[in-house]
Design a protein around this ligand. Structure first.
Ligand SMILES: [Zn+2]
Length: 126
């Protein structure tokens, strides 16, 4: 069996769609009530004075998680758009093939390994 020149995007597209659904559910469910979030237990009148501070810290963490999910969602949307445009699997910088194994590991990768390494190197130097 020889490696196909143009790999099958179907399974990857399906994985992207599934992950997209998960993220949307998480964002709209788990993170959907950030502003009006209530603690799971009803707090008595003797609640700790630092309760507000710790709840605030918790909300900050939840917001950060929601933002991370939003970022991932954008990357997934971009990958699905590239699939639709027939450009999926090509590096956005050099145009070379990203490689099927790399896409299986990271279905919304936009760069080949060498361009990604150079990109991260530039980002880390900021
Ligand atoms: Zn490249």
């Amino acid at each position: 069996m020889t490696a196909p020149k143009h790999f099958e995007v179907g399974p990857l597209q399906q994985r992207l769609c599934e992950r997209r659904r998960e993220l949307l559910a998480a964002l709209h469910g788990e993170y959907g009530d950030l502003a009006g979030a209530r603690p799971p237990e009803v707090l008595g009148p003797e609640s700790h004075p630092d309760e507000t501070a710790s709840r605030k810290a918790h909300d900050v963490l939840r917001t950060a998680l929601a933002r991370h999910d939003s970022d991932e969602l954008q990357q997934i949307d971009a990958a699905l758009a590239r699939i639709a445009a027939g450009r999926y699997g090509a590096c956005v910088e050099c145009g070379d093939s990203i490689g099927y194994e790399r896409l299986v590991a990271a279905p919304y990768a936009v760069r080949c390994v060498s361009c990604q390494t150079a990109f991260e190197h530039r980002a880390n130097r900021k």
